[in-house]
Design a protein around this ligand. Structure first.
Ligand code: SF4
Length: 317
């Protein structure tokens, strides 16, 4: 697996107001420091404000969702102007542009009838309000790009959710790169091999299922393989890593390395894993040690592992 160019930033879509752009209905913004400053160091933003870009203007009448929770209409809160068709037309065009740009993730503004990804109120004809709706633009995005990781800024305040989102975006980006060329059994097997330990750290069940798919790859066409691999691969990264899962992966790698190591080196790795398990050192410590020794002894099955590309900030990139 080639190492990532540190200068290169992956493109991620974002609701414009989260970056501080004054695009809200009242002319304000919703700048979010975690998104703009912290995640902005890692990603290249592709900002979108669906309401402004579909022609609703600034300032504008606020909108809300009405009708059926699965296919609501977007209407003005006072005038009841129906913006649904206009927003849908705009969204289709913008989604084509986002696909061309190659966005690998999206951060939406929470609680918005256009951008919200969950728990958006939808008022039925009888006046009852359900809170399981999605913003119109976010819904179309998530239907069209069902494997692209999405989050909202509220959830991203949680460090664990943030780490997982970053890992998922990087994983999606690597997969998208693989799938942009003609897929063969060989390239997919190599890709899977490089992700083996990262997948195990998230979900052993998914890693096993994907490994079985690779064994049976000769039965499928490239298009079938692409579909069958993508779904469980991206699903695996919705599971969080834990200390126990990481320790199991580290021990697995240690067993592969062991016969090449001196006694002192073996002792250092065992101690680093044990210290990590007791939470007295960060994951970075045993990972860095294993990475260095795998390179020193040229253990090919480990040197190309994405799992060893663990950043000091705490994500697998
Ligand atoms: S939530 Fe979405 S539609 Fe509303 S101002 Fe922000 S980017 Fe625009």
């Amino acid at each position: 697996m080639p190492f990532r160019n540190p200068e290169f930033k992956i493109k991620v879509g974002v609701s414009s107001c989260l970056l501080g752009e004054k695009v809200r209905w009242d002319g304000g913004h919703k700048r979010n420091r975690t998104v703009k400053n912290q995640l902005g160091r890692i990603f290249e933003w592709v900002p979108t404000c669906p309401e402004v870009e579909s022609g609703m203007g600034i300032p504008r009448e606020a909108v809300r969702l009405m009708g059926n929770v699965r296919s609501p209409r977007m209407v003005g809160t006072e005038s009841a102007t129906d913006w649904t068709a206009r927003m849908t037309r705009y969204a289709r065009k913008r989604l084509r542009e986002l696909a061309k740009l190659g966005v690998c993730g999206y951060i939406f503004k929470s609680r918005s009838p256009s951008c919200g990804v969950a728990r958006i109120p939808v008022t039925a004809k009888n006046g009852k309000t359900a809170t399981q709706g999605r913003g119109l633009f976010a819904d179309l995005f998530m239907r069209q790009f069902s494997h692209i990781p999405v989050e909202d800024e509220d959830r991203l305040q949680d460090a664990r959710v943030r780490e997982l989102f970053i890992t998922r975006v990087f994983a999606y980006h690597r997969l998208a790169q693989l799938l942009s060329d003609r897929l063969s059994q060989k390239t997919l097997a190599e890709f899977h091999k490089a992700h083996k330990y990262l997948l195990m750290a998230h979900s052993r069940k998914h890693e096993t299922a994907l490994a079985k798919l690779i064994e049976r790859a000769h039965r499928y066409s490239p298009a079938q393989l692409k579909t069958r691999y993508t779904e469980p691969f991206m699903q695996a990264f919705t599971y969080k890593t834990t200390v126990n899962k990481n320790a199991a992966v580290l021990n697995h790698m240690f067993r592969i390395l062991k016969k090449s190591l001196s006694e002192a080196e073996q002792h250092n790795i065992v101690k680093a894993i044990e210290d990590y398990r007791k939470k007295s050192v960060p994951l970075m410590k045993p990972v860095t040690l294993i990475k260095r020794l795998a390179r020193k002894y040229k253990v090919g099955s480990l040197t190309g592992q994405v799992y060893l590309n663990y950043s000091a900030q705490g994500q697998f990139i």
